[in-house]
Design a binder for this molecule. Structure first.
Ligand SMILES: *Cc1c(COP(=O)(O)O)cnc(C)c1O
Length: 355
């Protein structure tokens, strides 16, 4: 760190992304909730047909092609949509648009750690309201905290639980600032809160192609909200934060809903099998509407187990956050990967017993 760094940034830790091993390594990677299946064939076709002209020119700053395709899929006008370099970028844009040093950023905990980092980068100490053991949304506490921005990931990470739309609507009615509903995992869930944006002009729903569409490497996320909110966000974002390739490939991906839905069904089936197998091994498994499971074992220390797995080339995620330090978050992999994981758990637990 240099003395040039702005004072409020000197004391904050910044965000630590999940470990990304180099391509070609033989790890079983269940730590960052990537989709275990490849993206749509239409994405690869579009990639093969890219010509130099697409790269010579600046991209369309509004990614109209993508917004029109997404608008068709979600039955919404394209001027209710804006795109950015992943939904992480949209979260950052939202903070820059609506939060200054005197305003509050509010969210329930535990949740996506980036919310804390982005608030701190903005010079604000966030207001974190604890979830209870069953991850019920603390609606009135969130609302009375009076955030300029209130964030709810639904389904939530690392819990995997989804908030019913009636509860999100209650919160929407009570908050005074902007309500962000981060639906990064919606493709694996039973329902969506997207309908809320029509009735509540201060609600923003965030979506990403990273999880459901198997395109975490592409970096494309989008926000859906009232056109006036969208205009506020467009004012703040970098004009060209989504490049021509991401726009083209993202359009191909979102037009292939069948591919996305098929893979989501496979992941959900594997999720059920894995949850059952883990329960057989004595794990507590929280109900999940995502492509991961939050798990806890009465005999195993979570951090030790995570490191033991890492030595055996299996990456899972441990969070040093209140109420989940004793738990692990495990991405649902292919059935083969999940079976290998369970074999390792079996070895670990039997070694524990005999020691
Ligand atoms: C993965 C994730 C994101 C990040 O999405 P990108 O589009 O890849 O930036 C956002 N929110 C939550 C809750 C996530 O888990």
């Amino acid at each position: 760190m240099t003395p040039f760094l702005r004072p409020h940034l000197q004391t904050i830790p910044g965000y630590t992304p999940g470990e990304q091993p180099p391509p070609g390594s033989t790890v079983i990677k269940l730590n960052t909730n990537e989709n275990p299946y490849p993206p749509s064939d239409r994405v690869f076709e579009a990639l093969q047909n890219i010509d130099g002209e697409l790269l010579r020119r600046y991209p369309d700053a509004s990614a109209r092609m993508f917004r029109e395709a997404a608008g068709t899929v979600f039955d919404i006008s394209p001027d209710w949509i804006t795109v950015a370099n992943g939904s992480d970028d949209l979260l950052s844009i939202i903070m820059r648009a609506f939060v200054d040093a005197n305003s509050k950023v509010v969210y329930p905990m535990p949740t996506y750690v980036l919310y804390r980092t982005l608030a701190q980068l903005q010079g604000v100490q966030p207001c974190e309201i604890p979830y209870d053991e069953s991850f019920n949304l603390p609606i009135s506490q969130l609302a009375t905290a009076d955030g300029a921005v209130t964030l709810v990931a639904s389904p939530n990470s690392p819990s995997g639980t989804a908030i019913p739309i009636e509860q999100l609507e209650k919160l929407a009615v009570q908050v005074s600032g902007v309500l962000v509903i981060d639906e990064a995992y919606v493709d694996f869930a039973e329902s969506s809160a997207l309908a809320l944006v029509r009735d509540h002009d201060h609600v923003i729903v965030l979506r990403t192609l990273s999880k459901g569409y198997s395109l975490a490497g592409l970096r494309l996320g989008f926000a859906i909200a009232n056109p006036q909110i969208i205009q506020d966000l467009n004012k703040v974002k970098d004009s060209y934060c989504v490049d021509a390739i991401a726009t083209l490939l993202g359009t191909a991906a979102i037009q292939d809903q069948d591919h996305k839905n098929r893979n989501a069904e496979r992941v959900k089936r594997s999720r059920g099998t894995l949850a059952h197998d883990l329960e057989q091994l004595g794990f507590r498994v929280w109900p999940s509407q995502t492509n991961f499971l939050l798990i806890q074992h009465p005999d195993a220390k979570a951090l030790e187990l995570q490191q033991w797995l890492k030595q055996r080339n299996i990456l899972v995620r441990h969070f040093n956050l209140p109420s989940v330090v004793d738990k692990l978050r495990i991405t649902v992999g292919t059935d083969e990967q999940n079976a290998v994981l369970c074999q390792h758990f079996t070895h670990y637990l039997s070694a524990l017993k005999s020691s």
